[in-house]
Design a protein around this ligand. Structure first.
Ligand code: ADP
Ligand code: MG
Length: 697
């Protein structure tokens, strides 16, 4: 239970003085999570994005153009609107004139606000229009007394339509008033090292800044809060991990017989990285601790074989293994790759998807329940209620970021002490992995299997599409197969589809029935048929929306055309490109872009031309976009940070990790004096579900 000390912070924001039900709704929209009402704590932790400095008080002639100034002016003339024009008020000081401009304003109100002949202070953005200095809708118009009451520096909050700065500022002030006196959960040495103030004082400085630096994310006040947020998250991760370890695993040593058979059936030898990863996984499986390991490596780096060998070790130990893939196409492809190898080792495997016939499905379920089937490969159909295993020992989750936490956990829950191997083709930069997964063990396949050729990557203006098409026609005559990926249209699957259909029709004018089409709204069977036609060479060009992003291995495909490449993220482009260059023939990737390119888009295309190293691309992606987008909206399971930023606060993250480690070493149950204070921190940042694990024992 949350300590009652914190109750005022978890009351609804609409209960704050000056907020009320109507404004409360706006805060709900702005800050409420998944349809929940916004609470006081949300308002409190909704930090301003910038500050307006009202201390700049130049004379009119010296007021910088395009910046906010606070000016003392004398009102000389009112010019009410003619027709639809604005209401203008002319003012001056001894150095020059300034026109105040009001659109759709009530003239009575303006006359009262700015009486002719009086002196007023006006604060706002000074601009030049038609050679005159003007200020459109001054933020503030006050007299001498009002000026004294004006905050010297005003925070600027992120808003939603209908919500105004002044209301947001008032709510933040009211929320600060609700903040109870909290004990300090940080150690003295940490505070001294950072030069930090208390949690409450830091928040107060940010919501009521004395100078713009006070609310800079790089500044000491923000840093303290970011550290708190990191610390709460690291504590929670460690608590979860400790819990997993006490639950224990089972030693699955295996005898190496099945693995040896698979290895001898392989037409190649494992790369050094594959061997290394396998050794790490194998040791985890053999230990009586639970495994939670991430296997990361670019598309084509050979993760599937590693997973299969891990599964074989579990089967050797008398238990079953399951591999779950995010899409039907990918599940089928894994099955197709693994089946012949499994056969040669005498392993019994089955495929389970949402499209199995009832009789097939029944047989599969029986086989899994009896233990006759040793390895199951499938989609999320694997986690359905009626799927039961005789003894599941290993859950492999491919492209794990595409699944919610719930689905990942459910698969592991289908057995006792199940080891978990997560796989991803989107390498996660070290800082991100640390922030989101804590010390989850990571194995990496950086080295590509031998014989891969580099992919010739070019960025070409879409105006030259005709040249591209004639190039394709030569390539196709020479036997090439081509993917043509169509643009992602913001927020609309329909227009996505329309673009792909249009493009397929265009290409059919040149290539006739050699053009296939696959998109996300097709039925599973039609999708498979389109993929199969391409894989078998019946069609030579496959126009696709991003459904081909994961999956599909067509070694004969050697050309990837990506239309509107500027609309894709770096990692996504890299993933798409990875669909070619899988065979021995020379491959190319054509990034069609629409000029003019922005700086970031230019940088992205440049990086792609420079490197094929997914790890480097992931780092660059992080640098170009900021952490949130790298993980993507799909990653609903990834805990978000409200305050901390990985680009600015990475050093704090490492400190917080060490701090959490020390704290839990000294006080694993968080019952000591500092432990109790740290519990408050966990509640404050809502990482308290980890505490429930403690109690559950
Ligand atoms: P990933 O799952 O990482 O995208 P896959 O496991 O599908 O990659 O492997 C891609 C291709 O490379 C497959 O055709 C696979 O047979 C092949 N492959 C895997 N490991 C090696 C290796 N060590 N040497 C040669 N080819 C390999
Ligand atoms: Mg794979």
């Amino acid at each position: 239970m949350r300590p009652s000390l914190l109750d005022p912070l978890f009351a609804e924001a609409s209960a704050l003085p000056g907020v009320g039900p109507k404004t409360g709704k706006l805060f709900d929209r702005l800050l409420g999570e998944s349809g929940q009402p916004a609470r006081v704590v949300d308002v409190l932790l909704h930090l301003p994005v910038s500050a307006i400095d009202r201390r700049n008080r130049p004379k009119i002639a010296q007021a910088p153009i395009g910046a906010v100034s606070t000016l003392q002016v004398r009102v000389t003339e009112h010019r009410p609107p003619r027709g639809k024009g604005p209401y203008r008020v002319l003012t001056e000081d001894e150095t020059g004139d300034l026109t105040l401009v009001f659109f759709r304003a009530n003239s009575g109100w303006i006359e009262k606000l700015l009486p002719i002949g009086e002196t007023r202070w006006v604060s706002g953005l000074v601009e030049i229009f038609d050679f005159y200095r003007q200020m459109v809708h001054p933020d503030r118009v006050v007299d001498e007394a009002g000026l004294k009451a004006l905050p010297p520096v005003e925070p600027v909050y992120g808003l939603t339509e209908g919500l105004f700065q002044r209301v947001a500022a008032k709510a933040a002030a009211a929320a600060l008033d609700r903040l109870p006196v909290l004990p300090e959960w940080l150690e003295d040495q940490t505070l001294r090292l950072g030069g930090w103030d208390t949690f409450a004082a830091s928040l107060a400085k940010i919501h009521h800044p004395q100078q713009p630096q006070d609310l800079a994310p790089e500044g000491q006040f923000w840093a303290r809060l970011a550290y708190d947020e990191f610390l709460s998250h690291q504590l929670a991760l460690r608590l979860v991990r400790a819990k997993m370890q006490t639950l224990g695993g089972r030693a699955q040593k295996g005898d190496g017989v099945l693995a040896a058979k698979i290895l001898s059936a392989l037409p190649f030898v494992l790369t050094g990285d594959q061997k290394g990863a396998l050794a790490e996984i194998s040791a985890d499986l053999a230990s009586d601790r639970r495994m939670l390991r991430l296997l990361q490596g670019d598309v084509g780096s050979g993760k599937t074989i590693v997973a299969l060998l891990a599964m074989a070790q579990v089967v050797e130990s008398g238990r079953q293994a399951a591999l779950m893939a995010p899409t039907e196409i990918l599940a089928r492809q894994h099955f197709a790759t693994i089946k012949p190898l499994a056969d040669s080792a005498g392993l019994i495997i089955a495929l389970i998807t949402g499209r199995d016939r009832a009789t097939e499905r029944r047989a599969t379920l029986e086989g899994l329940a009896s233990g006759a089937i040793q390895i199951a490969i499938g989609t999320h159909a694997l986690v359905q209620d009626d799927v039961a295993f005789a003894g599941l020992g290993l859950a492999v989750i491919d492209e794990q970021h595409r699944f919610g936490v719930q689905q990942r956990v459910t698969l592991a829950d289908k057995g006792a002490a199940v080891d978990v191997l997560a796989m991803t083709a989107t390498p996660i930069p070290r800082t991100l992995a640390l922030a989101f997964f804590g010390d989850m063990e990571v194995s990496s396949l950086r080295e590509k299997p031998p014989g891969r050729q580099s992919i010739d990557t070019r960025a070409i203006n879409v105006e030259r599409i005709d040249e591209v098409i004639s190039g394709l026609s030569r390539a196709i005559q020479a036997g090439a197969r081509v993917y043509w990926v169509c643009p992602l249209v913001e927020g609309s699957e329909d227009s996505d589809l329309a673009a792909a259909q249009d493009r397929a029709n265009d290409l059919r004018q040149f290539f006739g029935d050699k053009v296939g089409l696959v998109h996300g709204q097709m039925k599973g069977r039609d999708k498979d048929a389109a993929m199969a036609a391409f894989a078998e060479g019946e069609t030579k060009i496959l126009v696709a929306t991003t459904v081909i992003e994961v999956g599909v291995n067509v070694p004969e495909a050697t050309v990837m055309v990506i239309e509107h490449a500027e609309r894709f993220g770096l990692s996504q482009l890299h993933q798409l490109r990875g669909r070619v260059g899988r065979g021995s023939a020379k491959s190319s990737c054509i990034l069609l872009y629409c000029a003019p390119l922005g700086e970031t888009a230019k940088a992205r295309l440049e990086i792609l031309r420079e490197t094929e190293d997914g790890f480097r691309i992931a780092e660059e992606d992080l640098r170009l976009r900021g952490e949130g987008e790298v993980l993507g909206a799909r990653q609903s399971g990834a805990p978000g940070f409200k305050i901390a930023r990985l680009d600015l606060h990475a050093a704090l993250l490492r400190m917080a990790r060490d701090d959490a480690e020390r704290a839990l070493e000294q006080d694993p149950e968080l019952t000591g004096e500092r432990g109790k204070n740290l519990r408050l921190l966990l509640y404050l940042f809502e990482r308290d579900s980890a505490l429930r694990l403690l109690r559950a024992g």
